[in-house]
Design a protein around this ligand. Structure first.
Ligand code: AKB
Length: 332
C-alpha cells in the first residue's frame, strides 16, 4: 500500500497552540508515574491522565488526574478517549519477560489483544500513539553484539513475540491507515522510586536497594551476563523526544535506544567503589538466565542519534551514584 500523502498529519487533532491531551495506560507500572510527571511539567498537570486497573496510592491520586481504564474492555477505552478528548496515547500495559513465561495466556491477552484495542481506538480517533518495545524483541538468532535496528527477530518469550507483533502491526497501521505510531525499543530501565515487575533486568534495580539496606545482594543472573541498560530519566526524555520529533525526521517508526551495557560483576564493582563492604553472591534463575542469554549484549542506537538527536546523559558511574544517593547513601 502506498503511504497516504497526509499520513504524518492525521494525528494533528489539536491545533498548534493547544497542548496534547494525554492518556497513559498501565500507569502504575515501573514507568507510568515518572512519565506522567515528565509530561505534566511539559504540558500541564490536567492534560495528562494516568490510568490502570489497580488502585493508586493516595500520593499518586493527589498528584494529578487518575482514572480506571481497562485496555481489554474496548467500550471503556473508547469512553475514556472520547470523554477526556485524548490526542496522545502512551501504552504501557504489558506483562514483562519473566512473569509472561509464568502466565502465557494472560500475557497473550494483555500484550496482544490489549494492543489490538489500543490500535483500533487510536486509529478511530486519530491519536498519536507511543508503544514501548524492548531488547526482548530480539532472540538467540539475532546479532547480539551489537544488535542493529533491522535484523533477524525470533524471540523465544511470549513477551518478545508480543513486542515484535506490536512493532510490525503498529508500522502496518502507519502505512495502511496513517496512524502516527511511534515505538522505542527500551533496554533494561533502572529506576529509583518505582519497582519493575517480573522482568529479566530487574536485578539491576534491586541491587541498589539491597546494597544500601543490607550491604549485600544475591543476583539471579550469572556474573558475566551483559545487557543494555538505561537510567529512567534518560528513558523518559527519549520517549518525550521521539513523540515530539517532527514526522519528517523519522526515517523509521521503531528505534533502538540505549545508554550503556554492563554485567552484574561490573555493576557490583562500581557499587563497591562507594559501599566498601558490599558483597554480591549468585543464585541463578534458569528461566531468567536463558532469556538474558538470548538478548542483545550491546544495542546499536545510531539511527535514533542520527534522526532525532538522541543522546543519553547517564553512564554507569553516574547511574550508580544517583541510585545510591536516592536510597540514602551519601557517595560524596
Ligand atoms: C524485562 O526484563 O522483561 C524488561 C525489558 C528489558 O523489556 N525490563
Amino acid at each position: 500500500w502506498p503511504v497516504p500523502a497526509d499520513a504524518n498529519f492525521h494525528s494533528a487533532s489539536f491545533s498548534e497552540t493547544d497542548q496534547p491531551r494525554i492518556l497513559i495506560t498501565g500507569g502504575l507500572g515501573q514507568l507510568g508515574v515518572g512519565l506522567a510527571n515528565t509530561l505534566r511539567k511539559r504540558f500541564g498537570k490536567d492534560n495528562v491522565i494516568l490510568s490502570d486497573i489497580r488502585k493508586p496510592s493516595d500520593h499518586i491520586f493527589r498528584s494529578g488526574p487518575f482514572i480506571y481504564s481497562d485496555i481489554l474492555d474496548y467500550k471503556n477505552l473508547r469512553e475514556t478517549v472520547v470523554n477526556h478528548r485524548i490526542t496522545w496515547l502512551f501504552h504501557y500495559s504489558a506483562l514483562l519477560s519473566a512473569v509472561g513465561e509464568a502466565n502465557v495466556s494472560l500475557a497473550r491477552a494483555v500484550n496482544i489483544t490489549g494492543l489490538h484495542n489500543i490500535l483500533d481506538v487510536a486509529t478511530e480517533h486519530n491519536l498519536r500513539l507511543f508503544v514501548p518495545s524492548t531488547i526482548g524483541a530480539f532472540g538467540p538468532t539475532s546479532p547480539r553484539n551489537p544488535t542493529p535496528d533491522l535484523c533477524t527477530q525470533r524471540p523465544r518469550t511470549i513477551y518478545g513475540v508480543s513486542k515484535v507483533h506490536a512493532e510490525l502491526i503498529g508500522e502496518y497501521y502507519y502505512y495502511r491507515y496513517g496512524l502516527d505510531f511511534r515505538c522505542l525499543r527500551y533496554p533494561g530501565i533502572i529506576s529509583a522510586d518505582s519497582q519493575p515487575g517480573g522482568g529479566t533486568t530487574d536485578y539491576a534495580v534491586q541491587i541498589f536497594h539491597d546494597a544500601v539496606k543490607h550491604g549485600k545482594f544475591e543476583c539471579n543472573l550469572k556474573p558475566s551476563t551483559r545487557l543494555p541498560m538505561m537510567y529512567i530519566d534518560d528513558c523518559l526524555r527519549a520517549t518525550l523526544e521521539v513523540m515530539e520529533a517532527p514526522a519528517e525526521s523519522l526515517s523509521m517508526r521503531t528505534y533502538n535506544v540505549n545508554a550503556m551495557s554492563f554485567s552484574p560483576e561490573e555493576l557490583a564493582q562500581e557499587v563497591l567503589k562507594h559501599v566498601p563492604e558490599f558483597q554480591i553472591t549468585y543464585n541463578v534463575d534458569s528461566v531468567r538466565q536463558a532469556i538474558a542469554d538470548s538478548w542483545p549484549m550491546n544495542f546499536d542506537d545510531s539511527n535514533a542519534r542520527k534522526d532525532w538527536g538522541w543522546k543519553h546523559d547517564f553512564d554507569l558511574p553516574e547511574l550508580v551514584t544517583t541510585m545510591l544517593n536516592f536510597h540514602g547513601f551519601d557517595t560524596r
